[in-house]
Design a protein. Structure first.
Length: 325
């Protein structure tokens, strides 16, 4: 919708929502970029990955659902979206973040945060698979370049890389891509805040049961609790809520591209806080990965023009059952 002479409300509101979606996506990317460094600090305080995922999700979910309940967002939720976000997206998100934390523990924050960011390509592959659209040569070329970049990051340099860490990073990337694509339709029905709360419920239950079954130690030190609470009350709501708001307004593919800010934040924060360093070849790999991802919008735009009409997310409207944000 465009604004005509003497009018303005709907168009201006749409512009605000669009700008807010980008701001939410950027805030989410920054929060997720800091997350691996927070995880390393928590490991130093004796917190295991599964306990950390369980408790940070519990704290974050309690806060998000409290806000959702007080603002009336939990009334009249559509059952399919509620079950999908809780029983599918929640466990998938929990397992992928657990794999991510395992990668951070194995190979360091810098390498893990770079390797996991092949997920924009996986999001594209899933979206095209779902819509039965062919993958163009430019996208395949970028995928090949990204593979070379991953090999450079994982295969050389001063920062230690393990096969386990690389594999966990790949699993995390795949899980995050599936989670974003699955959640895109449901978040438009329930709103970003409610979607984030439902996902944390599924994550807490899934990973918590696993942690209890494997006899993980939930007896944290004061520093451990401080780290968990910081993640749960800040990083989880900002990361999940911002991402879902961006997905709802922009779609899963644009949100995955906004996520390219994450490795930049992660590498810089890890260098400052943890004194981690990458070798020259690894920096080259980082540049190849980020450059390839930054070119994805142009490759997909060219393909979308050739394949019109293409499904595009509605940026300014929601389904009748959706609650704004």
């Amino acid at each position: 919708m465009t604004r005509g002479p003497g009018t303005g409300g709907p168009a201006r509101s749409g512009e605000r929502h669009f700008a807010g979606a980008w701001a939410g996506g950027i805030a989410s990317a920054a929060a997720y970029g800091v997350t691996p460094v927070a995880a390393v600090l928590a490991y130093g305080d004796g917190v295991s990955p599964s306990v950390m995922v369980t408790l940070r999700s519990l704290c974050g979910g309690a806060l998000i659902l409290l806000v959702a309940g007080l603002t009336g967002r939990l009334r009249g939720l559509p059952l399919p979206a509620t079950l999908g976000l809780t029983l599918l997206c929640g466990p998938i998100f929990g397992l992928q973040i657990l794999a991510y934390f395992a990668a951070v523990r194995s190979t360091g924050a810098q390498v893990a945060v770079v390797l996991v960011h092949i997920y924009p390509v996986l999001v594209l592959l899933l979206v095209w698979l779902i819509h039965r659209r062919r993958i163009g040569a430019p996208v395949l070329a970028l995928c090949a370049a990204m593979t070379v970049g991953i090999a450079l990051v994982a295969g050389s340099g001063a920062s230690a890389v393990t096969a386990t860490g690389a594999m966990m990073s790949m699993l995390s990337a795949a899980g995050y891509a599936v989670y974003l694509v699955l959640g895109e339709g449901w978040v438009r029905q329930v709103g970003a805040v409610t979607a984030a709360g439902l996902v944390t419920v599924g994550t807490t239950v899934t990973i918590g049961v696993g942690a209890i079954a494997t006899d993980q130690d939930f007896g944290l030190t004061a520093d451990g609790w401080r780290s968990v609470i910081l993640q749960g009350f800040f990083l989880v709501p900002v990361g999940l809520g911002g991402a879902f708001y961006a997905v709802r307004r922009l779609g899963s593919v644009p949100m995955s591209l906004i996520g390219l800010l994450e490795p930049v934040v992660g590498v810089l924060v890890a260098a400052i806080v943890l004194s981690e360093r990458l070798g020259p070849a690894q920096w080259l790999g980082v540049a190849v990965i980020l450059t390839s991802c930054s070119l994805l919008p142009f490759a997909t735009r060219r393909r979308r023009t050739a394949d019109q009409p293409a499904p595009t997310p509605n940026r300014n409207t929601a389904t009748p059952t959706a609650v704004d944000s």
